[in-house]
Design a protein. Structure first.
Ligand code: HEM
Length: 458
């Protein structure tokens, strides 16, 4: 089998480059070796990176027959557990996906629109005029509260507060560019006590697990059929043999939704705030559209209209194009010999659709490093040219929630505050766990509160 070209440095060094400077790694490989290229990011087979929309279409449209994906995600096992949707393949994956999808359907999402605006109001009311704050921390607070309510139906009380704080601490402990290495190198996953990095992570995870199991236990004892949160739906779901999910399966799916559902959306929102305040023209157009739209956080119909605003949608699309939070799709592992882009790959070869490089193709996105929402108003991109949520049978199940949340949080913030960037230093993308995020820091400041158009009850 002849593999596409790729770096010849020792795998350890390739992995180190990928961890410490993911975009530099992707760009240098793509410039030197073209599309596709191969890279050794671990002891296993080299991974094939592709950014050709035709080849991505072939993968996404033959996904379940030709590929496994779950077994390529072992790196996430310590966080998500063995039964997580992201780690499953074949029939088990299909079955779990069928159980999880309905609560994330677009129509269903609309029931969360007011909640999203209320939570945004709550969190941003802590901002002080003239005092720089961390956009990341605020956005993460919003998305975590949204997901805790949508998934657990939890919105107050001791368990909610504890989960909120523990989840943030636990994720921060494996998220900085340096501590992300904990996930990539098994050798670092050693418990040397509560002060060692891995030991600390394990203890925090144990505490989170305890809270989740307590919540499951309590729900089993006090069955309430009127509840519509995702945990309740999962608890009442049964497989073909009439078996409900056991506690460990439930825990793993909940953890998956909690982690996949708030980290990603928080990074996307932080980027959106950055771009809107970095580019005065973008901000002016967006504000003009919002001011004319009759945004009203208490009226679900008006919020549906806000979520359809063309320029607001384009700003969110461009945000996820220029620095996609997920730089890569989940790796697809060929189940049988596979011909793609003139190469023949043997079974077991991992292939990823490189979302970042596809979104930076000159032929699709001229001047790809410029943030220009208009490109989404001027033409339509296919699902293989623009793919921030992946595709095929593994396409992100939280897509509708994430898109709606991005638009409503932005609309709420812009209607309530004037904000500005602190200083002129551009905000650079950095690795955060397995994702790409804006660097942290207090680089945003509220300069003035805008007169409220409509009161929001919290
Ligand atoms: C801006 C926010 C988000 C981005 C950019 C994003 C991106 C992605 C991507 C690229 C994938 C892999 C798809 C593939 O390989 O084809 C994925 C999978 C997934 N996402 Fe998201 N996601 C976001 C928000 C969410 C939310 C809000 C949830 C749930 C509450 C969620 C839950 C999941 C799950 C469970 C999977 C695995 C699907 C499977 O394996 O079948 N994501 N996401």
């Amino acid at each position: 089998m002849r593999l596409p070209d790729g770096p010849q440095t020792p795998p350890f060094l390739q992995l180190l480059h990928w961890i410490s400077n993911p975009l530099g790694f992707l760009e240098s490989c793509s410039q030197r070796y073209g599309d596709p290229f191969s890279a050794h990011l671990g002891p296993l087979d080299p991974i094939i990176f592709i950014s050709d929309p035709g080849a991505i279409r072939e993968i996404f449209t033959t996904d379940s027959e030709q590929f496994d994906a779950g077994k390529g995600n072992g790196i996430l096992q310590p966080l998500l557990g063995d039964h997580s949707l992201i780690l499953l393949d074949g029939d088990r994956h299909q079955r779990q996906r069928r159980l999880l999808m309905p609560p994330f359907h677009g129509d269903r999402m609309r029931t969360y629109s007011q909640l999203i605006c209320q939570i945004t109001e709550q969190v941003t009311s802590q901002w002080q005029i003239g005092k720089p704050f961390s956009a990341r921390t605020s956005m993460q607070e919003i998305t975590l509260r949204v997901i805790l309510q949508a998934v657990f139906g939890l919105h107050e009380g001791q368990r909610y507060e504890q989960l909120r704080q523990l989840m943030s601490t636990m994720l921060n402990s494996v998220s900085s560019p340096l501590s992300s290495s904990l996930l990539f190198f098994r050798a670092l996953q050693r418990d040397f006590g509560a002060w060692s990095p891995w030991g600390r992570f394990l203890r925090q995870r144990h505490q989170v697990d305890q809270l989740i199991y307590e919540e499951i236990q309590e729900r089993r004892q006090q069955l309430d059929l009127s509840r519509t949160d995702i945990l309740s739906l999962l608890m009442s779901a049964q497989d073909e043999a009439g078996q409900p999910m056991n506690d460990v399966e439930l825990r793993d799916e909940l953890m998956t939704l909690l982690i996949a559902g708030h980290e990603t959306t928080a990074s996307a929102l932080t980027w959106a705030l950055y771009w809107v305040h970095q580019l005065p023209d973008v901000q002016a157009k967006l504000r003009a559209e919002l001011d004319q739209s009759g945004y009203d956080p208490q009226n679900p119909a008006a919020l549906s209209a806000t979520a359809r605003l063309p320029y607001l949608s384009a700003v969110c699309q461009e945000t996820l194009r220029i620095y996609p939070v997920a730089m890569l799709s989940l790796p697809r592992i060929a189940k049988s010999p596979l011909q793609l882009m003139g190469y023949e790959f043997s079974p077991g070869t991992p292939i990823v659709a490189c979302i970042y490089l596809t979104h930076h193709r000159q032929d699709l996105y001229p001047q790809p490093d410029q943030f220009r929402p208009e490109r989404f108003l001027e033409r339509q991109f296919s699902a293989y040219e623009y793919l921030p949520f992946g595709g095929g049978v593994r396409r992100c199940i939280g897509l509708a929630l994430a898109q709606m949340e991005m638009k409503l949080v932005l609309a709420t913030i812009l209607s309530r505050y004037e904000l500005a960037l602190v200083g002129k230093r551009p905000v650079r993308p950095v690795r955060r766990g397995v994702t790409l995020a804006p660097r942290s820091g207090n680089w945003l400041v509220a300069t003035q509160q805008r007169p409220q158009q409509a009161a929001v009850s919290v």
